[in-house]
Design a protein around this ligand. Structure first.
Ligand code: ADP
Length: 468
């Protein structure tokens, strides 16, 4: 078996993981067998970072990390990746802030990643690169003579050619994506958008399997939806339902239904329109007023960006307005906390909830939608309200699918969910459950690795070892 090398912007060392295990850590748990290497940024900024990576071992996995300078962090991470690429890939052109010096910083960090990683590589390693921070990494590795198979997976949506053109230097980035052997997306829509860009901008047509040839490199664009450990999460929810936290939550509801939202505090998550829709529900359907409480858990994120600071102020104001308008002396309609909550605790909260509100304006996949489904009580399940612009909506079609730009329609869906008959809740839940159990994290890894492993030519040492 060749060794797997995972590369992502941030490497979460086991000793430093907080209360929420990141989506990627959970998703890759099956792929990262002992012997694997995970390489990326340590999360630290230092004045004079070492060129050579620091190496740590835990549970048989080697973690290779490098530090950033403050300038790297500003240009690569805050500037180009999160200030230009993230809004573009989430269709928020008004928030795209392109600065040439940030782009240069982005390219130079990718070069540094390649220089630090190359000496650690073996000739038959399979290299799996994650996300928009690292579009040019394969190009940099190839420049250093790396001929291994390299795969890339994009965890965000991809945009059609008319939008990609908005970003200066996008043609360069698109060409860089074509230095990978495999390029993976969560949905058919994103893959098609990528292939349309390759066609319209680079003039290359792909075959029906998403394969094409670009400057001598054979590339295959594939669809592979990420999932969760459905069985593990369902078990955690059963346990957590009996926890002190879930009990306290249930008692605090005083018999009312719970609507829950769980997100990073990010403008792509549609929190402003979700809060507006909830206020409309209370205004339009007075009978729901005293029968529902909405708990929004929004973990703070990217706080050194002004777009995120503005969002936070806007949400603070909306919460104040809504609660000021509708609260009664013994009922606060909207509970809002900007903290992360342990996964285990979250699982219990999802299970207590009657409504799960997952209404991003645009989202690569959205794992919260799958977690909510997995956590439900099969005999008395809650209702998932899901944005049509979340990648998850391509599969989870039995949710109440909403347009997050239409606050009235979302309010109507909330009302429909609160009053939905038990038989309909069961029918929808069973269909959703099947999809969530069908697209797990383990399947996501196995599918991608099978694409990446195809065409793998074993090294001479490997052939010798196998022959002995
Ligand atoms: P994104 O990757 O954009 O943050 P996803 O919905 O795909 O969005 O994944 C988010 C992951 O982080 C999920 O596993 C979710 O449970 C977790 N998460 C999101 N918000 C919180 C929060 N406030 N507290 C704890 N965990 C959270």
């Amino acid at each position: 078996m060749p060794r797997l090398v995972v590369v992502s912007n941030r490497v979460p060392l086991p000793s430093e993981r907080g209360p929420q295990a990141g989506g990627l850590t959970v998703a890759l748990a099956d792929a990262l067998q002992p012997g694997s290497l995970w390489f990326g940024w340590s999360g630290r900024r230092s004045g004079q970072p070492h060129a050579e990576p620091r190496q740590h071992r835990a549970d048989g996995i080697t973690y290779g990390t490098i530090d950033f300078t403050e300038a790297d962090y500003r240009a690569f991470y805050v500037g180009f990746a999160n200030g230009a690429l993230w809004p573009l890939l989430h269709f928020r052109l008004g928030l795209v802030n392109f600065r040439r010096e940030d782009y240069e910083g982005y390219r130079s960090v990718n070069r540094r990643f390649a220089e630090a990683l190359t000496p650690l590589l073996r000739s038959d390693d399979l290299i799996w690169v994650h996300d928009y921070h690292l579009f040019p990494l394969a190009e940099e590795l190839r420049r250093l003579g790396v001929t291994n198979r390299i795969g890339f997976f994009l965890h965000t949506p991809f945009v059609p050619p008319t939008l990609l053109h908005v970003l200066p230097r996008s043609t360069e980035l698109l060409r860089a994506m074509c230095r990978y052997d495999v390029v993976g997306f969560h949905t058919q829509t994103y893959r098609q958008a990528f292939l349309d860009c390759v066609h319209d901008i680079l003039g290359i047509s792909a075959g029906s399997d998403g394969g094409f040839l670009c400057a001598g490199q054979r590339v295959r664009a594939v669809v592979d939806p990420i999932g969760i450990d459905a069985e593990g999460f369902a078990e955690a929810a059963v346990q957590a339902e009996r926890s002190a936290e879930a009990r306290r939550l249930r008692e605090s509801l005083g018999g009312r239904a719970l609507a829950i939202g769980v997100d990073r505090l990010d403008y792509s998550k549609g929190l402003v329109s979700r809060f507006e829709a909830f206020a409309r529900l209370l205004g339009k359907y007075p009978e729901d007023r005293r029968h529902v409480s909405f708990l929004q858990i929004a973990a703070r994120s990217r706080e050194d960006s002004s777009a995120y600071q503005r969002l936070r102020r806007e949400l603070d104001q909306l919460v104040g307005d809504t609660n000021g308008r509708f609260s009664e002396f013994d009922w606060v309609p909207l509970r809002y906390m900007t903290r992360a909550v342990r996964r285990q605790t979250l699982a219990g909260f999802y299970r207590v909830a009657r409504l799960g509100l997952v209404t991003p304006l645009r989202d690569g996949m959205n794992l919260v939608a799958k977690e909510f489904v997995a956590a439900q009580d099969p005999l008395d399940p809650g209702v998932l309200i899901l944005s049509r612009f979340a990648g998850a909506a391509e599969d989870l079609t039995e949710a109440l699918i909403v347009n997050p730009f239409d606050a009235d329609a979302m309010a109507d869906a909330m009302h429909q969910g609160l009053s939905m008959a038990h038989s309909e809740r069961l029918r929808r839940y069973r269909a959703l459950r099947e999809r969530v159990w069908d697209t797990t994290a383990a399947k996501y890894c196995a599918t991608f690795l099978s694409y990446l492993g195809q065409g793998h030519v074993p090294s001479p040492q490997r052939i010798l070892q196998d022959a002995l």
